[in-house]
Design a protein around this ligand. Structure first.
Ligand SMILES: [Cu+2]
Length: 148
C-alpha cells in the first residue's frame, strides 16, 4: 500500500515537472500568431504600379502590414483561401481620400486599385460577422497600409 502511494506520488510529481518545463512554452506558442514582416510593395518596372497579393483566411490577412509609396498607383489582389466563409476588405480614411470596401467571396480573388496621396498609417479590416458572434476584425482580421 505504502509503495503504491509512493509510486503514485512520483508519477504526479513527474507530470507536474514536465508541465512546468513544457507547459508555459506550449501556452506561449499557442498565443502567438505567425509573424510576417512588413511587405515593401515593389513598383512594377513596366507599368509603375505597386502590386501585391494579400491572402485572406479566417481570420487573417497575410501579409498584414504593407508599405507603399504615396502618389503611385496601388493594385491589391485580394485572394481568399477559405472554402465557406465570406470576407471583405475595408480601408477608409476620408481625409486621405481612401474609401475602399470590397467583398471577397470564399475562394475568390478580387482586385482593388487606388492611388494613396497622403502619407500615413491606415488600418484595413474585415467587418463580416455571423449573428451574435464577434466580427472578423475582433478575431484578428485586420492589417495596416503604411503610405510613405
Ligand atoms: Cu472576414
Amino acid at each position: 500500500m505504502g509503495r503504491v502511494s509512493f509510486v503514485l506520488r512520483l508519477g504526479i510529481f513527474s507530470i507536474l515537472m514536465a508541465w512546468s518545463v513544457a507547459g508555459p512554452a506550449l501556452v506561449r506558442g499557442a498565443d502567438q500568431a505567425p509573424q510576417v514582416p512588413p511587405l515593401r510593395v515593389p513598383v512594377d518596372q513596366l507599368d509603375g504600379i505597386q502590386r501585391a497579393t494579400i491572402i485572406l483566411d479566417s481570420y487573417s490577412y497575410t501579409p498584414n502590414h504593407l508599405i507603399v509609396q504615396a502618389g503611385k498607383p496601388v493594385e491589391l489582389l485580394l485572394t481568399s483561401i477559405t472554402t465557406i466563409t465570406p470576407h471583405n476588405f475595408l480601408l477608409k480614411n476620408e481625409a486621405a481620400g481612401l474609401s475602399i470596401e470590397r467583398d471577397v467571396g470564399a475562394g475568390r480573388t478580387v482586385t482593388v486599385q487606388f492611388t494613396p496621396m497622403k502619407p500615413g498609417i491606415y488600418p484595413f479590416y474585415c467587418d463580416k460577422k455571423l449573428l451574435f458572434f464577434p466580427s472578423h476584425k475582433e478575431k484578428g482580421m485586420e492589417g495596416t497600409l503604411e503610405v510613405r
